[in-house]
Design a protein around this ligand. Structure first.
Ligand code: BGC
Length: 381
């Protein structure tokens, strides 16, 4: 199940700290960890990955999540570009899937139901009439097993959990992993993988909210975004794909040449319970299964640029429409559109569109591996 790029040259996997000096402080590169707190009596740990260029990533075993990414800006400072909270206790209460690993199936499944091998399955319904992000208690709401790593590409942490058959209504026991590595090329590499003992849909998704101006620096509407996608999946009023793979030409979803996120934002106004804004799956160009660059986000204030490469067919572009002015790290206020998610994935509700042209098969079978690679590369413009 482990991918050779990360693991062939794995030189050390230790239960204790790697890269820590004798006095407990961090050396310039490595991973250090410790207890962060507890949730209902379960111990929660946090880890910091650090590279030689001053980049640092904080990870947590609750939800196998990212809680901070600190990157150098063009003025010689360091900017935390990820929304999060100061204490673990705030996550279950306030988090809208901040930084976490979403599963067993990210995004929506129509009516929470699907058929597999002639049998109907009913999943937890937790978003209007639909199933969202794995259900009532998805992968984001568990404490995962964690192992610190020192790989040939850099320090990392491997998170794993066993999702029992029947969890949230899904068939088959799923053994899932999310591996994070910070490289000397300023890449945060995320590899999600899974195996199963019975056929099941599987689409594990990473859900960090980014703001390259710094978390709490206001909205992301003045950031510039490129998405390499000729098509998108139009949705109905409950955000379920209609099945059509429509061209982005002439629509607000045409990000191929790059544009400010705010420029066409008015095309999706608030309407009743719908807060408005982007919340769309785009169909990525290039070959599915091949890791290729699919998105580029930049902020003119800090000069920070983030590119995303993936092997997945789609990306959910979500502009934090439900953020509501909650207080985050260091007293920062996360107003509406104060962060955005770029969630690489199989298209939403793929399990109910099997066999349709352009839709990928999200059924994982015993003896095969699910694999999802996401590379976030940071630089300064
Ligand atoms: C979905 C949104 C949802 C949000 C919850 C996103 O991945 O696309 O529709 O509201 O997650 O945080």
């Amino acid at each position: 199940m482990r991918h050779p790029i990360l693991f062939v040259l794995l030189c050390l996997a230790a239960g204790g700290s790697v890269g820590c000096k004798g006095d407990g402080s961090m050396s310039s590169q490595g991973v250090g960890g410790g207890v962060w707190g507890d949730l209902s009596g379960v111990r929660v740990q946090r880890f910091t990955l650090r590279n030689g260029n001053g980049m640092e990533v904080d990870l947590c075993d609750y939800g196998a999540m990212v809680t901070s990414v600190r990157v150098p800006d063009r003025n010689g400072g360091s900017v935390d570009v990820v929304l999060g909270f100061d204490s673990i206790g705030e996550y279950p209460e306030k988090s809208q899937y901040f930084g976490c690993t979403v599963g067993r199936v990210g995004n929506r499944i129509a009516g929470g139901s699907f058929e597999l091998d002639g049998q109907s399955y009913s999943l937890a319904i937790n978003n209007g009439p639909n199933h969202l992000h794995g259900g009532e208690r998805g992968f984001d709401k568990y404490v995962w097993n964690a192992t610190e790593l020192l790989t040939s590409r850099g320090p990392g942490v491997r998170f794993s959990r066993s999702s029992p058959a029947g969890e949230e209504g899904y068939p088959g026991t799923l053994e899932a992993e999310a591996v994070y590595v910070l490289t000397e090329n300023d890449e945060l590499v995320i590899e999600m993988s899974a195996t199963t003992d019975a056929r099941t849909p599987c689409n594990i998704v990473h859900h960090t909210y980014w703001n390259l101006g710094g978390h709490g620096s206001g909205t992301v509407l003045d950031e510039t975004l490129i998405i390499d996608a000729d098509r998108y999946t139009p949705v109905d009023a409950t955000l379920l794909p209609t099945g059509e793979l429509a061209l982005v030409d002439g629509t607000p979803l045409d990000f191929r040449a790059g544009k400010s996120i705010g420029s066409d934002f008015g095309a999706f106004p608030a309407n009743g319970d719908d807060p408005g804004g982007f919340d769309h799956n785009l169909c990525l160009n290039g070959e599915v299964g091949t890791v290729r660059e699919v998105a580029r986000l930049s902020d003119s204030k800090t000069g920070i640029v983030m590119t995303i490469s993936t092997d997945q067919p789609g990306i959910q572009f979500y502009t934090g429409n439900f953020l509501n002015g909650m207080m985050g790290k260091g007293g920062a206020i996360y107003e509406q559109n104060g962060g955005l998610c770029l969630e690489t994935q199989a298209f939403p509700d793929s399990i109910n569109h099997r066999g349709e042209a352009g839709w990928s098969d999200v059924v994982l079978r015993p003896g095969t591996d699910y694999r999802h690679v996401m590379v976030h590369r940071f630089s300064i413009d």
